[in-house]
Ligand binder design. Structure first.
Ligand code: FEO
Length: 172
């Protein structure tokens, strides 16, 4: 059974994951209208992943005797000055999400809720992966600079970057 405090904190995280999904959906749309098909595909995938993160929390809250709250969301940014700025925003947002997960872990320990603490470990690992991936992408963007040919290749290869980063983080 969830304490009221934990339930409130988990519901707050549900909202954050829902907003993350919207933030990346808006990025996907911006990239798509700019003709960056690869980047758009990457962002659509990220948006779906965030929705999955949200759903996983919703199921957990409801199964543990709480009531998952579906709430109003903040409107995301819909335009960016450059695709570099867009990925910087993605990285900053993931750091924000990681801090929020850390706060949740802290609360679960304070409340001696070891089931929630255990459940949250998946999110802790996921955030390490997502931050690493965002950092890898930013490194590539900094290498490209203003080179149009580089941007073309980046847009073509971005799906591969995510696959190889995931593989590096999860060696078989
Ligand atoms: Fe669900 Fe990207 O954090």
């Amino acid at each position: 059974m969830l304490s009221k405090n934990i339930e409130k904190a988990l519901n707050n995280q549900i909202k954050i994951e829902a907003e993350s999904s919207q933030i990346y959906l808006a990025m996907a749309c911006w990239a798509e209208v700019k003709g960056l098909e690869g980047v758009a595909g990457f962002m659509f995938d990220q948006s779906n992943e965030e929705r999955d993160h949200m759903l996983k929390l919703i199921k957990f809250v409801n199964e543990r005797g709480g009531h998952a709250q579906i709430s109003e969301l903040a409107a995301p940014n819909v335009t960016f000055s450059s695709f570099k700025e867009m990925f910087e925003k993605l990285f900053e947002h993931e750091v924000f999400v990681s801090n929020s997960i850390n706060d949740l872990v802290h609360i679960s320990l304070q409340e001696k809720d070891y089931a929630t603490h255990n459940f949250l470990q998946w999110y802790v690992s996921e955030q390490i992966e997502e931050e690493a991936m965002a950092r890898t992408i930013l490194d590539k963007i900094n290498l490209i600079g203003d080179d149009k040919g580089g941007l073309y290749l980046f847009d073509r290869d971005i799906q591969q970057i995510t696959v190889s980063t995931a593989a590096a983080n999860n060696p078989q």
